[in-house]
Write a protein that binds this ligand. Structure first.
Ligand SMILES: [Fe+2]
Length: 380
């Protein structure tokens, strides 16, 4: 499976992951063959990229949170944002229930790493983002040994960290391109606005409210609204700060495609001890799959492989299936190996969209050759 930008899609490619909107309605189901019509519809819906299958393997993607829970929580959050300006009240019971559903799923999938597979449409970015940030924060809290109460406080704060955005017009946070200075001023007020909203609700813990207030503070004091630094920033807010930036980098935005996971890791490492608490960042990153299952990778010996499964104890050494040899010929059947046992083989990079398309071309040509009874050049 490979994430491709909408511009790179071609008719005939198969959808690798069902695309749903925030209501849980499927927009395009897994295994659907793309047509020109579907591709232009995806553009109209505002999607920047989707996952397509790699033709050679149908790998089951492990999920930290089931799609049923993810959709239900996203719906609750969307209702919360939409009702807040008129009602001034949050349904705290439904929100706490959402956090506990997420935490239960995460606890029962503790050996699963987080992989970014869900894509959002423009109008839903804020809700998909907040749910992902909440999942990532809870995973980090569990790794830190948090008890149930702390996980709930952290989870509620993470899910509602951007609640102050509910008072902005949707076109401000969905704006394609940089904000005007006036919009920028409005956005910068969302931590304080969010804190005030949460403090006005009797049943939201004070420390959850402080997550909304402090999630843009930075380890070196360069954040806002107060310029707090180091351990003066609440630990929950230090966790959410990392999750917030990670999710924003890896996800598509109306004006740019999400960064590849290896680039995101490089960016985050550079920000360690600058924007982020280095200890929290290390714990956070230990929960993220550096090579997502179903993704295609290049090896140090020139071969190309599909990632079959990851091992949380050793995330950089997953099980893989080598599908293309170093000379560019296809390996049929693919050669399955466990990188934790083959220390001399290393993954050097995740395939780019362009490389993935070249690979498809190679595969299609080989299949055509066989159909025409031509010599099996390139096959073993
Ligand atoms: Fe924010």
């Amino acid at each position: 499976m490979q994430r491709l930008s909408i511009e790179e899609l071609e008719p005939g490619m198969l959808v690798g992951r069902t695309i749903v909107n925030s209501e849980g309605k499927p927009l395009l189901v897994k295994n659907t063959a793309l047509t020109e019509h579907y591709i232009s519809r995806l553009k109209t819906l505002g999607l920047t990229s989707i996952y397509v299958k790699n033709d050679l393997s149908d790998v089951e993607i492990p999920e930290v949170v089931s799609s049923t829970v993810r959709i239900s929580v996203t719906k609750t959050l969307k209702n919360t944002f939409q009702n807040l300006p008129s009602k001034g009240q949050l349904d705290t019971r439904a929100l706490k229930k959402s956090v506990s559903l997420l935490a239960d799923d995460i606890m029962s999938n503790r050996d699963v790493l987080f992989g970014m597979y869900d894509v959002s449409t423009h109008s839903d970015i804020l809700f998909f983002h907040s749910v992902n940030v909440c999942i990532l924060a809870i995973m980090t809290g569990i790794s830190l040994g948090y008890n149930e109460l702390s996980l709930m406080e952290l989870g509620v704060g993470a899910l509602l960290h951007d609640i102050g955005m509910a008072f902005l017009k949707p076109d401000v946070f969905n704006k394609p391109g940089p904000l005007t200075p006036a919009d920028s001023e409005l956005v910068k007020k969302h931590p304080e606005n969010g804190f005030n909203v949460l403090r006005a609700q009797g049943e939201i813990p004070l420390r959850s409210s402080h997550v909304a207030f402090q999630h843009h503070e930075r380890w070196n004091g360069s954040g806002y609204p107060r310029g707090m630094r180091g351990n003066d920033i609440l630990e929950y807010a230090r966790i959410v700060a990392v999750a917030d930036v990670f999710e924003a980098l890896v996800s598509d935005r109306p004006y740019r495609e999400g960064y590849a996971i290896d680039d995101v890791f490089t960016i985050l490492r550079k920000l360690s001890d600058v924007y982020f608490d280095p200890y929290i960042l290390d714990i956070f990153m230990s929960n993220i799959a550096p090579y997502p299952v179903g993704g295609m990778v290049k090896l140090n010996n020139g071969q190309v492989a599909v990632v079959l499964s990851t091992n949380k104890a050793n995330p950089y050494r997953p099980q893989i299936a080598i599908v293309v040899d170093a000379d560019g010929s296809l390996l049929c059947p693919a050669l399955k190996i466990d990188l934790s046992q083959e220390r001399h083989i290393q993954i050097v990079k995740i395939l780019t969209g362009k490389e993935f398309k070249l690979f498809r071309l190679l595969l299609n040509n080989s299949v055509t050759e066989i159909r025409q009874n031509k010599p099996r050049t390139g096959w073993r």
